[in-house]
Structure formats: structure tokens, C-alpha cells
Design a protein. Structure first.
Lengths: 115, 110
């Protein structure tokens, strides 16, 4: 499978617990994005990486959220001390950004439910 | 002001009709424009990309871009029930992050 892969697909956690999601981008893609999407809304930007460097992080992103892409391949998104408001679909996307006009491709997402 | 705005709908069209979806964006330096389709509970999938003013056609889909008016649209000809989904407009600024609209819900009635 050469698409973007996310794991797990679903996660149910209790409020206050930490969760970590993984994203494996398309292998030659150097840009990796994380988005959050709630019902009836479009994807909301969280952060993105070029290779291993985190280039931008949303100002709306709480300090409880952290993301890494240690070797410029897969990425992890960790949410500490989860809150019910964190319940959402977390989407990862990747693209090859040597040229400006390239598309981003999404993984299947991780649906988080905080109870 | 949101970077990308779309009418949330719902938009309903009969099978075989043309569905017209519209999107406006606020940043004049935006360079790349994309339409994604998202079925309920699924992730967005790319339908069309457009970078230059004018029309771009791909099968039943036509994307239209007018940078002077900061407007991009998607036409779906011969709409099918399987086209029923939410359509997301995305704008890419300077090759960096993508801004998404809230999406337009389309229902094609058999």
C-alpha cells in the first residue's frame, strides 16, 4: 500500500489520559501535515513538517499537543491529559513539496473519543 | 475573516443535473487550489487541482478559477447518487499549509 497510513483508526480514552497517534506518509513525500476535524467542519490545521523539521504550529494548538517526525519519515501526534473537547477525527496528510503546486493526500484518520 | 469560505448547503440536485459548488478565499497570494470529496466518516480524497485562471476539466468535473475575484468553483456534470458527499475547497499558500473551507454538503436525488 503506497498511501498515507494512520494508526490506530479508532481510539477511546478516558479524560486525563495521554494518547499517541502515528502517521506513515507516502514514502517520497517530504511534507507531512496534521489536521483535526470535528463534525460539520472542515479540517483544522494543527502543524506541519518538512522532513524532520516542524515548520509551523497552529497558534490555537494547546501545549498539551506535541508532534514529532524524528527521522523525516513517520510522525507521531501526542495529546496529554486529554479533554472531552479533544474528541475529533485527527487527519494526517503528506505531499512532495519540491514544487509549489502539488497535492496533499490524506490518510484514513484516527477518530478519538474522550469519555 | 476565514481564509476559505464555502456555503455549507445542503445542496440538492436531481440525478443527471449539474451541481455547482463555490468557494471564495481571502489571501490574494494563494497559489494552488484543490477540491476534495469527503464521504461521511471517511477522510478527504482529492478530486481536482487548479493553479491558473480559467477552466480545468477532468471527466464529469470542471474546476474554475478566477484569481481577480478570489473565487474557485467546481461543476459536476451528470450528477450521480454516488456523488453525494461533502466537498471541501482547499487553498495552498506559498507551498505551505493548506486552508480548508467548512465544506458543502451535496445530495444527488435519484
Amino acid at each position: 500500500d503506497t498511501g498515507v497510513s494512520q494508526d490506530p483508526r479508532h481510539k477511546i480514552t478516558k479524560r486525563g489520559q495521554n494518547v499517541t497517534f502515528r502517521c506513515d506518509p507516502i514514502s517520497e513525500h517530504n511534507r507531512l501535515y496534521w489536521y483535526r476535524q470535528t463534525l460539520g467542519q472542515g479540517p483544522e490545521f494543527l502543524t506541519y513538517f518538512q522532513n524532520e523539521a516542524q515548520l509551523e504550529k497552529s497558534r490555537l494548538l494547546s501545549d498539551r499537543f506535541s508532534a514529532e517526525r524524528p527521522k523525516g519519515s513517520f510522525s507521531t501526534l501526542e495529546i496529554q491529559r486529554t479533554e472531552q473537547g479533544d474528541s475529533a477525527m485527527y487527519l494526517c496528510a503528506s505531499r512532495y513539496a519540491a514544487f509549489r503546486n502539488t497535492e496533499a493526500f490524506f490518510g484514513q484518520g484516527t477518530r478519538l473519543t474522550v469519555v | 475573516q476565514k481564509e476559505v469560505e464555502q456555503n455549507s448547503g445542503p445542496l440538492s440536485v436531481p440525478e443527471g443535473a449539474i451541481a455547482s459548488l463555490n468557494c471564495t478565499y481571502s489571501d490574494r497570494v494563494s497559489q494552488s487550489f484543490f477540491w476534495y470529496r469527503q464521504y461521511s466518516g471517511k477522510s478527504p480524497e482529492l478530486i481536482m487541482s487548479i493553479y491558473s485562471n480559467g477552466d480545468k476539466e477532468d471527466g464529469r468535473f470542471t474546476a474554475q478559477l478566477n484569481k481577480a475575484s478570489q473565487y474557485v468553483s467546481l461543476l459536476i456534470r451528470d450528477s450521480q447518487p454516488s456523488d453525494s458527499a461533502t466537498y471541501l475547497c482547499a487553498v495552498n499558500l506559498e507551498g505551505n499549509q493548506f486552508y480548508f473551507g467548512t465544506g458543502t454538503s451535496l445530495t444527488v436525488i435519484p
